[in-house]
Design a protein around this ligand. Structure first.
Ligand code: GLA
Length: 387
């Protein structure tokens, strides 16, 4: 891949000089959905698919970006003196946002660079192609400019870029999972404290299968910010009767005791999901620790039901894919993953059943939805690297 990236770089930007190649993964969340902005736990892992970039420092202040995934838009040119969010700058806004966020935190790039990239994550599928690009740019900045910061802080700067520059109120999960990824482990992260633990997910004879609904979505046009606002409003009401800094601070009983303080039944459902999903995530990690995969799978399924009925972020494409998965032999558990409203599902499937699983679920999906889903059997990989 390194040679291919350098070759591609030279075709677009020409010349020689020191061309360096970097990679940042995508991520999938195993359980703990819509808990990261509610002070709860998440349990994501980095993937071996992700985003590659070939990069060369320039002597001036110009930034030039090119993506093989958006060939039709060609080279997008900007400058490190113009870190302003312009919609016409399309995908490069995520890259510029990170350059801006680093600058805001005292790490200002003093020259521009040429940036040629290629993603192996399907865009808009819910496997965090945008956070992968953000953390890739963070890695590039650290290596090119020798900034004295690390991947942990990069996750924070990546989220800062997305919140304050791109304008999406996402939590820390995606950037954290990508920046801190570790081969064959998932990250059990407490989003209230940013304390985390690597938990081995080397499951003998079980594969992770991603199902892509091929229903495109972006966080910007989803109801993501609306869900977040609903949770915040309900929290402000419950805080009049109980002492909870966030939904993650309550267990099921604590929530049920104060629930009546929430005036909107819809908001009460959203809050219930946030509390119960956090508890499910803690329990799921415990189950994994004692090798109780069956329980882990049940909790994945319960997570989907809650996202479907209480949080209402699934939709017919995700429900069809997950409900078809539940019926298949060899399936330990299946749920939607990421923000929802389209995007991907994640299933744990016995290795010998994976082919039948893909065939059967694919057929049911195409019959019901009218177009095909895609499937990827994925591996858990490391965080960003220079190749
Ligand atoms: C998106 C956001 C994350 C998280 C998930 C839902 O992926 O970027 O911060 O909120 O949705 O769990």
């Amino acid at each position: 891949m390194k040679e291919k990236m350098i070759e591609g770089f030279k075709k677009v930007f020409g010349g020689d000089g020191d061309i360096r190649v970097f990679f940042a993964p995508g991520r999938v969340n195993l359980i703990g959905e819509h808990t990261d902005y509610n002070g709860g736990h998440v349990f994501p892992c980095a993937l071996t698919i992700g985003t590659y970039a070939a990069v060369r420092k320039r002597n001036d202040r110009t930034l030039r970006f090119y993506s093989e995934n958006f060939e039709e838009v060609g080279v997008i040119e900007s400058s490190i003196d113009d870190l302003v969010n312009r919609p016409e700058e399309q995908w490069t806004r995520y890259a510029k946002g990170v350059i801006w966020a680093f600058k805001e935190h005292g790490f200002a790039a003093d020259t521009g660079f040429d940036f040629y990239c290629k993603g192996t994550i399907p865009n808009g599928s819910g496997l965090s192609s945008s956070a992968s690009l953000e953390i890739l740019v963070a890695k590039v900045l650290i290596e090119l400019f020798g900034f004295d910061t690390d991947m942990f802080n990069s996750a924070i700067y990546g989220q800062y870029a997305e919140n304050k520059y791109v304008g999406v109120n996402c939590g820390i999960m995606d950037q954290f999972a990508i920046a801190m990824g570790k081969k064959d482990s998932a990250i059990f992260l407490d989003t209230a404290t940013l304390k985390y633990e690597y938990v081995p997910v080397k499951l003998d004879g079980i594969r992770l299968v991603i199902g892509n609904t091929n229903k495109k979505r972006g966080l910007g046009d989803s109801k993501y910010n609306e869900r977040r606002a609903e949770c915040e409003h309900a929290l402000s009401q419950i805080q009049t009767v109980c002492n909870a800094a966030s939904w993650g601070a309550l267990d099921e009983a604590g929530f049920e005791k104060c629930r009546s303080a929430i005036t909107s039944p819809v908001e009460a459902k959203r809050a219930k999901h946030a509390v119960y999903e956090n508890r499910r995530t803690i329990e799921a990690v415990e189950a994994l620790g004692r090798n109780d995969i069956a329980r882990f799978g049940e909790l994945m399924n319960a997570s989907h039901v809650s996202l479907r009925d209480d949080y209402e972020v699934t939709g017919k494409e995700l429900d069809t894919l997950v409900e078809a998965a539940w019926e298949q032999p060899g399936v330990i558990g299946a749920r939607m993953t990421g923000a929802g409203f389209g995007g991907c599902t994640v299933s744990m499937v016995r290795a010998e059943k994976v082919d039948d699983f893909i065939k059967n679920v694919g057929r049911i999906y195409a019959e019901k939805i009218g177009y095909d889903a895609d499937f990827y059997v994925v591996d858990i990989g490391d965080g960003p690297v220079e190749l």
